[in-house]
Write a protein that binds this ligand. Structure first.
Ligand code: FRU
Length: 509
């Protein structure tokens, strides 16, 4: 007798809940090209990650989101949470567009000491600092604003005295805020896109801001500067640290469209100075599809910084052949820096190991698996591949991923051109003229010829030469099944270094 009653209650509750738009349908994550190890919203448009923060056991990923469609517009902050940086649960929109003010890119900090006074009666709470973008009779206006959450990011209250920073400018955006434990105040890095400058401010309470200094123009200035991020990065051996300033550039990046450069140097609490050592200017990603990456605030002490970006490019983001969503994030990467005979360099190590499933060794230049086994149980994306080549027997060597006989993506080292490259001109699913491309990064003979590849349903993330090169490209092969060829035939991987892992989908329960 009890059973039907329980069922009725469950049914009524479900009906009541499903009146809310968020649970109208259980999202499915199995459409063609749907990323299996990368976050994408169940539906609609996303671009930059926003407000990455760790707080009370949860990682928060806010993201530029259009709740009403799969094109850019009505920008609001979408929200997802994770306990391991890999499995994400999407939550209702955190901060929606309101009164004609769109919610552009920004940060979230943990206000540990209630410097804002927002957190009472608690000592700490989450505070978001974002750009408000609106059209006024005088034209476009971008200002910096704050909002706070007393329930771990689920609901947000805007500060009644917003904006907290208004220079009456059309281009003034993407605040990146962090706590300076020495000076005991907040530091903001914010972009003046057309001037190619990052401006620094300090504040005791996130409400009143004092201008400190400007960095730039410097490095590449062919496009707007967006999405700055200032962070301290430990050396690989953990014995020292260096400051990094990362800045998005759009359009005009070396591979076309949007790209991201970094500067290594010193931040003295007021201004950032680029180091004069070789390697102090580089690109966080040499592919076409990694933009506006930012790092997590509030990570537990001792953890290396974690960077996560938007896997797309403004050149064709609105045309990607996916439905009912458009846009996806990279996997998170732990950052460190190294100094070797080539100079200073940023290093990135993707967080992926917890998703590993069945694995197959790669020895010499082939997979340890018979043709019959391959036929019966074809390799399907998502996969991770790691290998290291012996000192090269050929000028050009690498890996080809075939989705059928006519279509493949090539990843390789060209020692005569001193280039690492990904060629997606024959990957299939070409969208627009800017899509087929061979992206390149300078390589050096002083670092190992190693490769880590993360191949998902519609993307390829490559890390080479000890993580000093990261290259991310979207690809749209006709099928998730693929075969691997290591080339040339006599290329050899170092004994015991080659392995392929099938990866478990982050959407499987
Ligand atoms: C970069 C960007 C940011 C802006 C946001 C708007 O991709 O243009 O500068 O805040 O996107 O969606």
């Amino acid at each position: 007798m009890a059973k039907p009653r329980i069922r009725k209650v469950v049914c009524i509750t479900a009906l009541a809940l499903c009146a809310l738009p968020i649970c109208a349908q259980t999202p499915t994550y199995n459409q063609p090209y749907r990323p299996q190890v990368h976050f994408s919203p169940a539906e609609n448009w996303t671009n930059d990650p926003n407000g990455l923060v760790y707080f009370q056991g949860e990682y928060h990923l806010f993201f530029q989101y259009n709740p009403f469609g799969d094109q850019w517009g009505h920008m609001s902050w979408g929200h997802a949470v994770s306990t391991d940086l890999l499995h994400w649960q999407e939550l209702p929109v955190a901060i929606p567009e309101k009164d004609g003010i769109m919610i552009f890119t920004g940060s979230v900090v943990v206000d540990h000491e209630n410097t804002t006074g927002f957190c009472a009666p608690k000592n700490d709470c989450l505070v978001a600092i974002y750009t408000g973008h609106s059209q006024t009779p005088q034209g476009t206006l971008q200002t910096q604003n704050i909002a706070f959450s007393l329930d771990n990011g689920r609901t947000w209250t805007r500060y009644r005295a917003n904006p907290v920073l208004d220079l009456h400018l059309a281009g003034f955006r993407d605040p990146s805020v962090s706590w300076d434990p020495t000076a005991r105040h907040w530091i903001m890095a914010v972009s003046l896109p057309k001037e190619h400058k990052v401006r620094f401010y300090s504040s005791p309470n996130l409400k009143e801001w004092t201008q400190l200094s400007d960095f730039g123009p410097a490095g590449d200035t062919d496009g707007d500067w967006e999405c700055p991020d200032l962070l301290s990065i430990p050396s690989t051996n953990g014995k020292s640290s260096i400051w990094a300033l990362k800045v998005g550039l759009n359009p005009g990046a070396p591979q076309g469209g949007s790209g991201e450069q970094y500067f290594l140097g010193n931040f003295d609490g007021k201004s950032f100075t680029q180091s004069s050592e070789p390697g102090s200017h580089g690109w966080t990603n040499y592919g076409k599809d990694d933009y506006c990456a930012i790092s997590f605030n509030g990570l537990p002490k001792g953890q290396k910084p974690v960077l996560l970006g938007w896997m797309s490019n403004w050149q064709y983001a609105s045309k990607l052949p996916t439905s009912p969503w458009r846009g996806q994030m990279s996997v998170p990467r732990r950052l460190s820096f190294a100094k070797d005979s080539t100079g200073l360099t940023l290093r990135q190590e993707p967080i992926i190991v917890p998703l590993r499933g069945r694995s197959i060794a790669i020895s010499g230049s082939s997979l340890d698996i018979s043709d019959k086994q391959q036929d019966e149980h074809p390799i399907r994306t998502p996969v991770e591949i790691r290998l290291r080549f012996e000192h090269p027997a050929a000028e050009v060597f690498g890996v080809k991923l075939y989705s059928d006989k006519q279509h493949w993506t090539e990843i390789g080292f060209d020692t005569s051109k001193k280039e690492f490259y990904i060629d997606r001109t024959r990957s299939g699913g070409q969208i627009i003229p800017d899509f087929p491309i061979r992206t390149t990064a300078p390589m050096t003979t002083d670092r190992p010829y190693d490769l880590t590849l993360i191949v998902d349903r519609s993307s390829l993330e490559a890390y080479a030469q000890d993580g000093t090169i990261a290259m991310t490209n979207l690809i749209y092969p006709s099928s998730p099944n693929f075969t691997i060829q290591i080339f040339p035939k006599d290329a050899r991987t170092l004994n015991g270094t080659g392995r392929l892992w099938e990866l478990k989908s982050i959407w499987e329960k």
